[in-house]
Write a protein that binds this ligand. Structure first.
Ligand code: ADP
Length: 190
């Protein structure tokens, strides 16, 4: 079983790589961003609440996010493992993930961060915004806010898992296949 946290700033390619990893390792991809977009698309109460934060480039509050994540994991236990994409985004969410997995007799196997610098991120997200239909991808100040939130709240998650020697970083530049090769080499050491 591999329980992977696919980590990195917004726009670093986590979603793209997760799709390829699913095929390679037969893991369940859990993207909190995708889950929120699904709820927003259906105008559910959860989606409407999430939209208030996502449209400003802020994190959705933990009391909404953690429950949603836990439901998804608990509802899908007969899998070879999970790819967590966009979760955890702060230390509290990390502690909650450890607790949820421990209750099911599992743990995080490793965290792999995709390293991409700020200016590249801004350009990538603005490019994606032209076709993605994501309102949080079209405004440069909202994108910069997301990067700031990442540095302040999310990056410490890397150090949190580094304490148990579970954190690794790979270069996120180059072709999609190049990044995928680096990712697989790392995962194969788990
Ligand atoms: P990206 O990584 O490109 O910013 P995501 O699709 O992962 O995009 O997330 C989009 C937005 O959804 C985030 O900016 C944030 O507002 C919200 N979100 C996603 N995951 C979480 C989370 N674990 N905790 C709080 N908010 C989240």
């Amino acid at each position: 079983m591999i329980n992977l946290i696919l980590f990195g700033p917004p726009g670093s390619g986590k979603g793209t790589q997760a799709k390829k990893l699913v095929e390679q390792y037969e893991l369940l991809h859990i993207s909190t961003g995708d889950l929120f977009r699904y709820e927003m698309g259906n105008n559910t109460p959860l989606g409407l609440k999430a939209k208030e934060y996502i449209s400003k480039g802020e994190l959705v509050p933990d009391e909404i996010t953690v429950g949603m994540l836990a439901n998804k994991v608990i509802a899908n236990q007969n899998v070879k493992g999970y790819i967590f994409d966009g979760y955890p985004r702060n230390i509290f969410q990390s502690e909650e993930l450890d607790r949820i997995l421990a209750e099911m007799g599992m743990e995080v196997t490793g965290l792999v961060a995709l390293a991409v610098e700020d200016e590249e991120i801004v350009q990538r997200i603005l490019g994606r915004g032209k076709t993605s239909g994501r309102t949080d991808d079209n405004d440069e100040s909202i994108i910069r806010n997301r990067i700031e939130v990442y540095k302040q709240e999310t990056r410490p998650v890397f150090d949190y898992y580094a304490k148990s020697n579970k954190s690794f970083e790979i270069g996120g530049l180059g072709s999609i296949d190049d990044v995928f090769d680096r990712l697989c080499k790392q995962i194969n050491t788990f």
